[in-house]
Design a binder for this molecule. Structure first.
Ligand code: NAP
Length: 472
């Protein structure tokens, strides 16, 4: 939604229960939406009359006893002010005979768009054209029948509302509040197009981060296949295709999690350096950076998913047949050759590697939990920044250490570079290390002070050349 969300706080007069101003609300249509809406209205203390083309067809018990069932004309005549159009927009024309009865009344259009790319007028605008003497308000279409029935304590509580009539909008806002929803004023009726397609959108803010994470996974998985399976098979005939199912997935997941976590903090650093370079915070960031900054939460959650899956996969590793085979082999070779392969350094390495991994995952879980609106809303801005930024960098540092302890001194051995290609974990730490180094630079007093001044509104002379003249 690009339209600014207006505050839903109104004066005390608006908080009056609807029944005082509009005792009876009519619903035209007796389908799923009409039924759920009637249930919720009755539960909120509103008198409801349902208008159907054929009342006799409505099974008994479908609506609560408190709901009066009438024909369409009867229902409209009972409604003092509000009439919900709980039917599909294709059928609006069939109500043209009720034009005079509906004149002066508020018609609430609850319909959704049939497809994402709508051309021309929205359903609500078409309804306004058909009934020029009524006040058309768009609303409640973003609320599902399930949300209407589950009550005020579950499901989404936002109701997006728009209309060209302030009076009509005010009445619908009051009713929405009485039903336990949060009405959000989206402006004039032209906003209806955006509201009508809102329920058709599939996770709009997730598509970019999911695509990036998926591409990263494909890259690391493909790299692992090439380096660990295909090249050894072609060069030495060594068959390790069984690694495709578990081993390689488990190798790729931490790399993806680490790079994705770095991508959470990279745009913030980029923005800071951009502000330092331009000497002002009043220059707009390029739109791609703006979008990236807005997707940090999703990237963080996907990083957590990757790390959590890596944890589960790692716990499953000893259950594999190949692990059992290797353990038996190691014991046998140890017995036969009397190998003393357990070095203190090796023990330290594995202890630190595992500990950093577990701690990193723990901190990352904390970040994921605080990014949930219900938890995040209980934190003030400072607490939220401390968790998301402070603890976030700690999670990133722990994850890098986990990877480096895993690599330990192997990274400096020639065997770590078969076919002159670096192992994937080395590729995975490049970006996170760059992020940490850039962050450390930003903490240098000379840079930090300048950045703080810029963020408090100071601008370099280059950006406000008339400053001196104004002072004179
Ligand atoms: P539905 O179950 O098919 O009900 C539509 C109702 O329209 C029928 O029961 C019928 O009631 C009435 N109607 C009036 N004139 C009609 C005509 N000429 N031809 C056919 N039916 C006529 O549909 P619904 O799910 O309740 O959806 C109704 C509206 O709510 C739609 O615009 C939809 O986009 C919107 N909506 C639905 C949901 C949802 O979760 N279902 C959520 C948000 C918005 P009578 O036979 O009694 O007249």
């Amino acid at each position: 939604m690009t339209t600014p969300l207006l505050s839903d706080s109104e004066g005390p007069a608006d908080a009056l229960p609807v029944c005082l101003t509009s005792p009876t609300v009519a619903i035209l249509g007796s389908g799923d939406f009409a039924r759920s809406l009637a249930l919720r209205l009755v539960a909120s203390g509103v008198r409801v009359v349902v208008g159907s083309r054929c009342v006799n067809r409505i099974p008994s018990g479908l609506f609560p006893d408190a709901v009066e069932l009438r024909n369409q004309e009867g229902a409209v005549s009972q409604a003092v002010c509000l009439v919900f159009m709980a039917l599909f927009p294709e059928h609006y024309c069939s109500l043209l005979g009720l034009q005079s009865a509906l004149a002066g009344k508020v018609l609430v259009d609850v319909s959704n768009a049939a497809e994402m790319n709508i051309h021309g007028l929205s359903n609500a605008e078409r309804l306004a054209e058909l009934f020029p003497n009524s006040l058309v308000v768009k609303g409640f279409n973003t609320v599902s029948t399930w949300e209407l029935q589950t009550g005020a304590h579950d499901g989404s509580r936002q109701v997006l509302i728009c209309s060209n009539s302030t009076e009509g909008k005010k009445k619908v806002v009051q009713l929405a509040r009485q039903m336990g929803f949060h009405p959000v004023d989206m402006g004039g009726l032209s906003a209806a197009r955006e509201i009508e397609v809102a329920p058709l959108r599939l996770l709009p803010s997730w598509s970019g981060p999911v695509v990036v994470t998926f591409l990263l996974f494909l890259f690391f998985y493909g790299y692992g296949v090439l380096l660990g399976i295909l090249l050894p098979f072609l060069a030495q005939g060594h068959n390790a295709f069984y690694r495709l199912a578990l081993d390689l997935v488990n190798e790729s997941l931490p790399a993806v999690a680490l790079v994705t976590l770095a991508l959470v903090y990279f745009p913030g650093l980029f923005a800071a350096w951009l502000q330092l370079w331009s000497g002002t915070k009043y220059r707009r960031f390029p739109s791609w950076l703006d979008n990236w900054l807005q997707r940090r939460k999703q990237l963080g959650l996907l990083s957590f998913l990757g790390a959590a899956l890596h944890g589960v996969y790692s716990l499953c590793l000893p259950l594999r047949r190949i692990s059992l085979h290797r353990i038996v082999n190691t014991i046998f070779i140890g017995l036969v050759c009397d190998l003393k392969c357990l070095t203190t350094l090796g023990v330290w390495r594995s202890e630190l590697y595992l500990s950093c991994g577990v701690l990193g995952l723990g901190v990352l879980s904390l970040l994921a939990v605080t990014s949930l609106p219900s938890v995040g809303n209980t934190l003030n801005w400072r607490e939220f920044t401390f968790v998301q930024s402070g603890l976030g960098y700690i999670a990133l540092t722990l994850s890098i250490m986990h990877t480096l302890f895993f690599g330990w001194d192997f990274a400096f051995h020639i065997e770590a570079y078969p076919f002159y290609m670096p192992p994937s974990y080395l590729l995975a730490v490049v970006l996170p290390c760059i992020v940490l180094v850039c962050r450390c630079f930003l903490l240098l007093p000379c840079i930090f002070t300048r950045l703080t001044r810029i963020r408090r509104g100071w601008e370099s002379k280059r950006n406000c050349p008339h400053d001196g003249k104004r002072l004179m």
